[in-house]
Design a binder for this molecule. Structure first.
Ligand code: NAP
Length: 344
């Protein structure tokens, strides 16, 4: 039996969803793949850390956080280790980056990945910051160090988009990408269409968990810009950053705009796009009129869609229907399994 050791940075919704899938599937992985996957370290921002080179009790870890809100100092694996300390000194084979997104810098997540890869550790990230801000550099570093680097969860949770391109669309050139990738703006546009006032929609969305306490990153299109940047950097080797996306949010869309669209058989969606113009990838995020009845118009609520146009496989549409945290956890899990499969 071979052993793969993971270090988890961040143990919030994504981290715990991943840990629960890993714990559940561990016996099957041992039996079918001949590998035991252990977690040796977990860090959080303010709830303590855990470290045990022989492997942690994962169930105890998530129970402590869910029941007490922090790791217990009485836990013999309790540690005050910071994320960088774990990355730079811990015993592990794969770093799994699941800390909060900094949409304007991609840090400190990118630094966590850099430092881990410099130690020749494999890297998996659910955090899109590093893919939106530093993809080319990190990819080159992974190649130089001979380590694997995966990021399936960063756009549309566990939906296989990057894997699809890597594994089954080899030598296909992606010439265009479009998609609806932000849940909050979907929700707000749908509720405005019912005739509700903008402020009421935001308040209701906050109660339902569709709208953040500070909704500006979503409403102004920054989240969508980071997602389309990540998609284009990987699928079209764009080498762009979110601030280079031509970006218009939905903050100025009025009920009159929505009604006018309806009268013409259209709906307004916050559309992300990447196209090739004179060899350069141009990226945009903007409210766009789409035909009612089209696949793009059909994507509502928390669902997302991406359309990929290629030279050899035409146009493909991938829809993620009503995701929850299980899909997020699965995205990370599938990346870790890829590391196992390709481990040398
Ligand atoms: N939730 C999803 O469905 C989803 C889907 C795709 C991608 N993602 C990405 O996955 C990442 C995590 O999302 P989430 O939903 O799990 O967020 P979350 O619930 O807010 O959890 C974030 C975790 O990171 C910890 N943290 C904060 N700063 C840290 C640091 N410097 N070092 C180590 N841990 C740190 C937090 O600890 P404290 O609580 O103590 O601050 C918490 O445990 C984000 O980048 C997000 O964009 C999430």
């Amino acid at each position: 039996m071979r052993t793969l050791k993971l270090a988890l940075l961040g143990f919030g919704n994504a981290g715990r969803a991943f840990a629960k899938i890993l714990e559940d599937k561990r016996p099957a992985i041992r039996e079918t793949m001949g590998w035991d996957i252990l977690v040796t370290g977990i860090t959080t921002g303010s709830r303590g850390s855990l470290y045990a080179a022989e492997g942690l009790d994962l169930q105890k870890a998530w129970s402590e956080l869910e029941e007490k809100g922090h790791f217990e100092q009485s836990n013999r694996a309790y540690s005050t280790m910071t994320s960088l300390e774990l990355v730079e000194t811990g015993e592990y084979d794969v770093i799994v980056e699941m800390t909060p997104l900094n949409i304007f810098t991609g840090e400190p997540a990118s630094e966590h990945l850099r430092k881990a890869m410099e130690r020749k550790k494999h890297a998996v990230t659910a955090n899109k910051g590093p893919i939106a801000w530093h993809y080319k550099e990190l990819k080159a570093l992974a190649e130089k160090q001979g380590v694997q680097f995966y990021y399936e969860t960063t756009v549309m949770d566990g939906t296989p988009i990057f894997n699809l391109k890597d594994e089954t669309l080899r030598f296909c050139q992606v010439t265009e990408v479009s998609g609806i990738l932000n849940t909050t703006t979907n929700f707000v546009l749908e509720e405005l269409a019912k005739g509700k006032a903008y402020e009421d929609v935001l308040q209701e969305g906050k109660k339902l968990g569709f709208v953040e306490a500070d909704p500006s990153m979503d409403i102004e299109g920054w989240d969508a810009a980071a997602k389309v940047t990540a998609l284009l950097n990987v699928l079209m080797e764009a080498d762009i950053t979110p601030d280079q996306v031509e970006r218009t949010g939905i903050e100025h869309i009025t009920i009159e705009d929505i009604k006018a669209a309806e009268e013409n058989g259209k709906v307004i969606k916050l559309l992300c796009q990447g196209t090739l113009e004179a060899g350069q990838v141009k990226a945009s995020v903007q409210p766009t009129l789409v035909e009612k009845g089209s696949l793009l118009a059909a994507v509502e609520g928390t669902s997302s869609v991406v359309q990929i146009t290629t030279d050899l496989m035409g146009k493909l549409t991938i829809i993620e229907h009503d995701p929850d945290l299980v899909q997020t956890g699965y995205g990370v899990f599938s990346d870790v399994l890829r590391v196992v499969k390709n481990f040398v």
